[in-house]
Design a protein around this ligand. Structure first.
Ligand code: BG6
Ligand code: MG
Length: 219
């Protein structure tokens, strides 16, 4: 029988609504380059690392081959500076609906909590939103060879938590993130819509709908 040992969360779009700020920053970068970034790109960059997202953004403007690697690094830095200016005033008010209640009840029930975000800004957000104390493990994306949809980041979180992957639930808002959870042999919970998360059996509109009994039944 499977026992719920750990819940491993994504950050952007799950614990807080930063997907909007990420996209806005890409949109501003595209504008500087002279094109309007289509809204459809928003879902394509969710869960995808900064440099890989830049490739998707440049492709949308037919600019894939226009820049050298060092120019791309500079553009990714510029996007990050815009993004950081958009989240600099985040506080606990920015924690997603239902997230704090869920984190508290997982802690009270001795279920381990991990963070598997590919964002290098995730530690800042944990501090700014005052939720660091709930996390037993925060994976550093620099330790990961392959980003989402590869299983590496969720597997690393489970390993550091000392939990068996089949006893872990992963919570994600991105298609690539759900793929990552599934290939790590964990059970995914999607936050968002079935339209975007067509690869996820359990999709909820927010964390308010999640409690421990619900999670246990999913395993
Ligand atoms: C993910 C976001 O969580 O982090 C992506 O969904 C983002 O949109 C990625 O590109 C990397 O984030 P950062 O903050 O390191 O640029
Ligand atoms: Mg996300």
């Amino acid at each position: 029988m499977r026992t719920l040992e750990a819940v491993i969360f994504d950050m952007d779009g799950v614990l807080t609504e930063t997907s909007h700020q990420h996209f806005l920053a890409w949109k501003m970068l595209a504008q500087k380059l002279g094109y309007d970034l289509p809204n459809a790109v928003n879902d394509q960059v969710k869960g995808i690392s900064r440099l890989e997202s830049l490739e998707i953004v440049l492709k949308a403007g037919n600019m894939s081959d226009k820049f050298s690697d060092s120019e791309k690094v500079q553009m990714a830095d510029d996007k990050n500076a815009i993004y950081q200016s958009l989240i600099k005033e985040f506080t606990k008010e920015n924690v997603s609906e239902g997230a704090l209640e869920l984190l508290k009840s997982l802690k009270e029930n001795n279920i381990k909590i991990g963070l598997a975000s590919v964002s290098k800004n995730a530690p800042f957000l944990l501090e700014a939103m005052e939720i660091s104390e709930y996390f037993d493990v925060v994976v550093d994306p620099r330790e990961i060879k392959h980003g989402k949809p590869a299983p590496d980041i969720f597997l690393m979180a489970a390993k550091k938590l000392g939990a068996a992957p089949e006893n872990c639930i992963g919570v994600e808002d991105a298609y690539a993130g759900v793929e990552s959870i599934k290939s790590a042999k964990m059970t995914p919970v999607g936050i968002g819509t079935k339209e975007v998360l067509s690869n996820c059996e359990t999709v909820l509109s927010n964390l308010n709908e999640v409690n421990i009994e619900f999670l246990r039944r999913l395993l």
